[in-house]
Design a protein around this ligand. Structure first.
Ligand code: GLC
Length: 733
C-alpha cells in the first residue's frame, strides 16, 4: 500500500515558481526589463554571438568580439588579460555587451586546496563553503567570473580518474557538498568583487561510464538516475547555482548534451531550473561523432532544442545557428530564450555596470596568509587515517631519527592534484619540508627518493633501505602523478604505480616501522600495505600545504578526522563497489552458491564512512523518539558519543536507514544524516538527528515517489559498516 505518492510534477513546478521571494522577483524584473530592452536592439548575429564561447583569447578573435559574435571565453585568467579583452567587447562593439570569463577553479585558484574528493572526506560542509569562497575571491580578483565547478558526479568506480573531482559514491553526502560549494562560490550577491558563478557538472551520470573508461557510455535505470545521480544536481540547483554543464556521455543511448528527458523534462520542467547551460568542451560537435546528429547543423538544432545555451569550443553555434533561424528550422524565440539566460547571468554578475577588475585587488588577494592557512586546515581535515597499529602514530616529540622515503616525499607538482588552475609547484610545501620544519632539532632526518612514481628503475632502493635501516621510523610517501588522475586518466589497475609497492616492501624488510602516506586522486588497491604496514595515512593530493598538513597529523598537532566517501576496493575486480548495495537473494557466505567471490572477500578493504582517530569514541544510548510514526511525522534519533581516549578529536557521526521489505528492493543501508562533533578527552555529547518520513521514500515501480509502511532499520554509526542499530515502524495510517 502506498502511503504517499508524489503529486504531479507539474504541481511541484507551480509551487516552486510561485514561491520566489518578492525581493528577488523585483530585482529579476529590473534585470528582465534591461534584457528585453537589449534584446530588442540585437541583430540575429549578435544574438548568436552571446551563445558562443571560445577557449583562450588571441588577436584573431578581436574582430569577432567587435562584431558581437563571441559572448564568452574560458581560460583568460589575470586581471590585466581579462580587462584587455573585455575592453574590446565593452568599448569597441556596437552594443557593448560584456564578455563572461570562465575557468576551471576546481579546488582553488592560486591557493590550491586538496582535491574535492579529499575535502569531501572532511564531511565538513562549512569548511568546504569557506575554501570555495577563498577560491572565488582570488578568481574574481583575477578577472574570472565563473567557475566550471562544482563537479557533482557521483562515482562508484575508482578506475574513472575523475572520481578525484567529486564527493565520492553517496548522493546524500554528495548533495551536501554540492550545495556547500555553490554557497561558497556564489555567496548571496554575484555582483560582489569576491564571488563567482558556479556551474554544476557534468549533467548527468558521467561518473558511471562502462568500464570506468572516461567519456564512455552510461546505461542505467531511471530509478538509479533519480535516486543516485540527479540528487547532487538538484541540491546544487536548490542552492542557487546559476549555471550547469552538460556532459560528454551517452545516457541510455542519447547524448546528455542533447537529452530532452534529462534537460527539458527534468531540469527545466520538473525542477524549473532557470540558469544557463553550457555544453562541455565540443560536446555539441561530438553529437555528430556519437552518431546522434547527421551534421553540424543537425547538432546545433538538437542542442539548442535541448536548451543548451552556450556552446563551449565547438564553433557550431557560431557557424550554424543564424542560418538555421533564417531558414525557420529553429524559431528565433527559442534562440532568444537562450540569449536571455546568458544575458541574465551577465546582469546578475554586475558585468554591465562593472565589467573590469582592479589589478591591485588581484595582487592583494592572491595567496593571502589566511588563504594559505585555510589550505593547511583543509588538508589536515581531509586526510584519512586508515591504519595505526600499535599506536605507531603520533610520533613522539623526541623521536631520534626519521627516514623520509618515496617519490612523492620531496615532490611539489603532484601534490597540487589535477585541475590546479593557476596553482604553482613552487607554492607547495613538500612532505619532506613539512617534516623537517616540524621535527625537533635533535631529530635526525634522512631522505631517499627510492624510486620514481611510474618508472621501473629500482637503483634507488639501496639508498632508501639504508636510510630506513638507520632510522626509528620510515615515512614512505607514495601515490599517483597528478596527471594520472582527473580527466582522461582512467586506469585498468589501481595498484600503486611503477615499482612503488616493491620499494615499500624493501623498506619494510628492514624491520623499521613504516608509515605509508598515500598521495592519490582515487582509492587505490593496497591490500599488501593493509596487511603488513603498521600505519597508513590517505593524504590524497593535498594542495599547497600538504607537507605541513601531513606533519601536523604525524605528530598529532591535528588528530585525524577524515572519513572515506568512496569505498576502497581490495582489488579492481570488485568494482563497482559501494556500501549502499543490494543484499541479493543469496548474501555472500562461505557457501559456494552465494553472492561471493571465490578469490577474495566481497567486502571493501576500507568502507565508506571509515576513518581512524588518535583517540577512541564510544557510542551509546541509541534512542528513538517513537517506536511508530506516521507519514506526517518526524522521528528524532539520538545517541551519546564519548571521547574515551586521552586526546581531543573530531568524530563524524553518521545516520543510516534501511527499508528491509519494499515494493522495490532497497539498499542494505542509505546515509540520511551526518554531523561532525569535537570532543575533549572524557567529554560526552548527545547527537540528535531528525528523520522525516519523506526521507524514507523511493521511486516505486511506476517511478513515483512512494513512502511505504513497515519496519525500518536505523543506525547511528562511525562508519557505513559499524554502528548502533535500532528499528521503528512507519504505520499505514
Ligand atoms: C573539460 C572538462 C570539463 C571542463 C571543461 C573546460 O573537457 O570535461 O570538466 O570544465 O573541459 O575546461
Amino acid at each position: 500500500m502506498k502511503l504517499c505518492r508524489e503529486p504531479s510534477r507539474f504541481m511541484i513546478v507551480l509551487l516552486l515558481t510561485s514561491s520566489i521571494p518578492a525581493a528577488v522577483s523585483s530585482q529579476a524584473s529590473t534585470i528582465d526589463q534591461r534584457i528585453d530592452e537589449l534584446l530588442s536592439r540585437m541583430t540575429l548575429d549578435e544574438k548568436v554571438g552571446q551563445l558562443v564561447q571560445y577557449p583562450g583569447y588571441s588577436e584573431d578573435r578581436a574582430q569577432a568580439i567587435r562584431e558581437g559574435k563571441i559572448g564568452s571565453f574560458l581560460n583568460v585568467p589575470g586581471a590585466e588579460n581579462s580587462n584587455q579583452v573585455q575592453r574590446i567587447a565593452v568599448e569597441e562593439s556596437r552594443l557593448g555587451i560584456p564578455l563572461i570569463f570562465g575557468l576551471d577553479v576546481i579546488h582553488g585558484f592560486r591557493t590550491i586546496f586538496p582535491i574535492p574528493l579529499a575535502t569531501a572526506s572532511s564531511w565538513d560542509p562549512e569548511l568546504v563553503t569557506a575554501i570555495e569562497a577563498i577560491a572565488a575571491r582570488e578568481a574574481r580578483a583575477s578577472g574570472v567570473h565563473w567557475t566550471f565547478a562544482p563537479m557533482v558526479d557521483i562515482a562508484r568506480d575508482a578506475r574513472w580518474g575523475r572520481i578525484s573531482e567529486g564527493a565520492g559514491e553517496d548522493p546524500y553526502l554528495g548533495s551536501a557538498m554540492a550545495a556547500a560549494r555553490v554557497r561558497g562560490f556564489q555567496g548571496d550577491d554575484l555582483t560582489a568583487a569576491d564571488r563567482i558563478m558556479a556551474c554544476l557538472k557534468h549533467y548527468v551520470a558521467y561518473g558511471q561510464p562502462v568500464g570506468g573508461r572516461d567519456y564512455n557510455s552510461v546505461d542505467m535505470s531511471e530509478r538509479s538516475l533519480r535516486e543516485i545521480y540527479l540528487p547532487p544536481f538538484k541540491a546544487g540547483a536548490d542552492a542557487g547555482a546559476a549555471s550547469l554543464m552538460s556532459a560528454f556521455n551517452l545516457l541510455n543511448g542519447v547524448p546528455t548534451t542533447a537529452n530532452k528527458f534529462t534537460l527539458n523534462q527534468i531540469l527545466r520542467g520538473e525542477w524549473g531550473f532557470e540558469g544557463f547551460i553550457v555544453s562541455d568542451w565540443n560536446s555539441v560537435g561530438e553529437l555528430v561523432q556519437h552518431g546522434y546528429a547527421g551534421d553540424a547543423a543537425d547538432a546545433a538544432r538538437l542542442a539548442l532544442n535541448a536548451t543548451i545555451d552556450l556552446d563551449m569550443a565547438s564553433g557550431i553555434y557560431d557557424g550554424q545557428l543564424a542560418d538555421l533561424v533564417r531558414a525557420n528550422v529553429i524559431p528565433e524565440e527559442l534562440l532568444d530564450q537562450s540569449v536571455r539566460r546568458v544575458l541574465r547571468a551577465k546582469f546578475m554578475l554586475g558585468l554591465f555596470d562593472n565589467p573590469y577588475v582592479d589589478p591591485e585587488t588581484e595582487t592583494a588577494a592572491i595567496l593571502r596568509d589566511d588563504h594559505v592557512a585555510a589550505a593547511r586546515d583543509a588538508a589536515r581535515k581531509s586526510m584519512v587515517l586508515l591504519k595505526n597499529d600499535g599506536a605507531l602514530l603520533p610520533l613522539s616529540e623526541d623521536i631520534g631519527s626519521i627516514a623520509v622515503i618515496g617519490p612523492l616525499a620531496d615532490n611539489q607538482v603532484d601534490l597540487l592534484g589535477s585541475w590546479h588552475a593557476m596553482g604553482q609547484p613552487e607554492d607547495v610545501v613538500t612532505v619532506l619540508a613539512g617534516i623537517q620544519s616540524r621535527a625537533a632539532p635533535t631529530t635526525t632526518i634522512t631522505y631517499a627518493q627510492g624510486s620514481t612514481i611510474t618508472g621501473a628503475e629500482t637503483d634507488g632502493f639501496a639508498e632508501a633501505v639504508a636510510a630506513a635501516r638507520d632510522a626509528d621510523v620510515a615515512i614512505v610517501v607514495v601515490g599517483e602523478r597528478e596527471y594520472e588522475t582527473g580527466e582522461g586518466a582512467s586506469r585498468t589497475a589501481l595498484d600503486l604505480p611503477g615499482v612503488q609497492p616493491a620499494l615499500i616492501e624493501a623498506v619494510h624488510e628492514t624491520g623499521t616501522p613504516v608509515v605509508a602516506v598515500i598521495m592519490s586522486g582515487r582509492p587505490l588497491t593496497i591490500p599488501w600495505l593493509a596487511e603488513n604496514v603498521p600505519a597508513i595515512l590517505q593524504a590524497w593530493h593535498p594542495g599547497i600545504q600538504g607537507g605541513n598538513a601531513v606533519a601536523d597529523l604525524l605528530w598529532g598537532d591535528y588528530n585525524p578526522s577524515g572519513k572515506l566517501t568512496a569505498s576502497f576496493p581490495r582489488s579492481v575486480g570488485q568494482i563497482p563497489i559501494y556500501y549502499a548495495r543490494d543484499i541479493t537473494g543469496r548474501p555472500g557466505t562461505d557457501f559456494k552458491y552465494t553472492s561471493r567471490y571465490i578469490d577474495s572477500p566481497d567486502t571493501p578493504l576500507y568502507p565508506f564512512g571509515y576513518g581512524l582517530s588518535y583517540t577512541t569514541f564510544e557510542y551509546g544510548d541509541l534512542t528513538l523518539s517513537a517506536d511508530t510514526i506516521t507519514v506526517n511525522d518526524t522521528l528524532t534519533v539520538s545517541a551519546t558519543v564519548s571521547n574515551t581516549g586521552d586526546v581531543a578529536g573530531a568524530e563524524v557521526v553518521q545516520l543510516y536507514i534501511r527499508d528491509p521489505v519494499a515494493s522495490v528492493v532497497r539498499p542494505v543501508k542509505e546515509l540520511k544524516g551526518f554531523t561532525k562533533i569535537y570532543l575533549e578527552p572524557g567529554e560526552q555529547q548527545t547527537v540528535q538527528f531528525t528523520l522525516r518520513a519523506r526521507e524514507l521514500g523511493f521511486f516505486d515501480q511506476e517511478m513515483l515517489w512512494a513512502i511505504e509502511p513497515g519496519v525500518f532499520n536505523v543506525w547511528v554509526g562511525w562508519s557505513s559498516d559499524e554502528g548502533l542499530e535500532g528499528s521503528f515502524v512507519l504505520s499505514g495510517n
